[in-house]
Design a protein around this ligand. Structure first.
Ligand code: GLV
Length: 273
């Protein structure tokens, strides 16, 4: 059993030797695992989808509220002892009602974020590799858009795609330049989906209005250009960090291992492609 921090590749499998039968990650994302290197050695790879969907969607909405309503900035102000008083124009933020949320990757987590955003009165557009499951567009009143059009249209862009060779730096300087200057970017997927240096430059230049980040390109490092900014809400990879969720993840990972050792199909193997 591994976490997202371990690099599991051919060298790992060779070091483990021929007795290695399964690698079960306590995570839904498995970009740290070279799946072909393992499956070609007869090692089964499993992950933990489903059980962290709600927790991760919750933290996405938390970051969204934090950055649009300036909650971190407000807390820092209070804790610094800076004098303040209620004023009609004091620390005004951006409301969500009637705004458009662009979901990149309408999988389980993307759909859970969209459902929550609908409750906040947001309109949903989405993009992704696969068409949404039947009934999803109707349920969420969600419209498909190609990525460039989604970036140009959305008031908030939220990333819920896996990290792959195709999605590495999906949000680069060009993508950020396509977004509205009033728009916010949320990343609760994987850090390297965003070119963090380009994001820091875009925030400096006013290309976009702010960002909410739970994951980082060089975790646990955070780009210095983001750390000092009040228009960035930050969390230290807390997406699935509730007691119940982590317990469910660890239990599912253990069930995956036990199934393989019994010669059965694990409950949640990584998908074939
Ligand atoms: C967490 O980031 C996960 O992939 O489960």
């Amino acid at each position: 059993m591994v976490t997202l921090k371990e690099r599991v590749d051919a060298a790992f499998a060779d070091a483990a030797g021929p007795g290695l039968r399964a690698v079960a990650t306590v995570a839904v994302g498995y970009d740290n695992i070279d799946v072909p290197a393992l499956t070609s050695r007869g090692v089964v790879v499993a992950h933990t989808p489903g059980v962290l969907t709600d927790a991760t969607a919750d933290i996405t909405l938390g970051l969204l509220l934090s950055v649009t309503r300036r909650l971190g900035e407000g807390e820092r102000l209070l804790r610094s002892g800076t004098p303040w008083s209620f004023e009609l124009d004091f620390m005004l933020g951006t409301g969500l009602t009637g705004r458009t949320l662009g979901i990149v990757g309408l999988g389980q987590i993307g759909r859970a974020v969209a459902r929550r955003a609908r409750a906040f009165g947001m309109e949903i557009v989405y993009t992704g590799r696969r068409p949404a499951p039947a009934g999803t567009e109707e349920e969420l009143a969600a419209a498909y858009l190609p990525l460039p059009e989604l970036l140009a249209r959305a008031d908030v862009v939220s990333l819920h795609c896996p990290l792959t060779a195709d999605t590495h730096h999906l949000i680069d300087a060009d993508a950020l330049a396509t977004m509205k200057p009033t728009a916010f970017l949320l990343n609760t997927a994987r850090g390297p989906v965003v070119d963090e240096a380009a994001l820091a430059d875009a925030l400096d230049a006013g290309t976009i209005a702010g960002a909410g980040l739970d994951v980082f390109e060089h975790e646990p490092e955070v780009h210095p250009g983001l750390l000092g900014r009040d228009d960035v809400a930050l969390a230290p990879h807390l997406g699935s960090a509730t007691v119940a969720t982590r317990t469910a993840m660890a239990t599912l990972a253990a069930r995956n291992v036990v199934a393989v050792l019994r010669g059965e199909r694990p409950p949640t193997p990584v998908p074939a492609d």
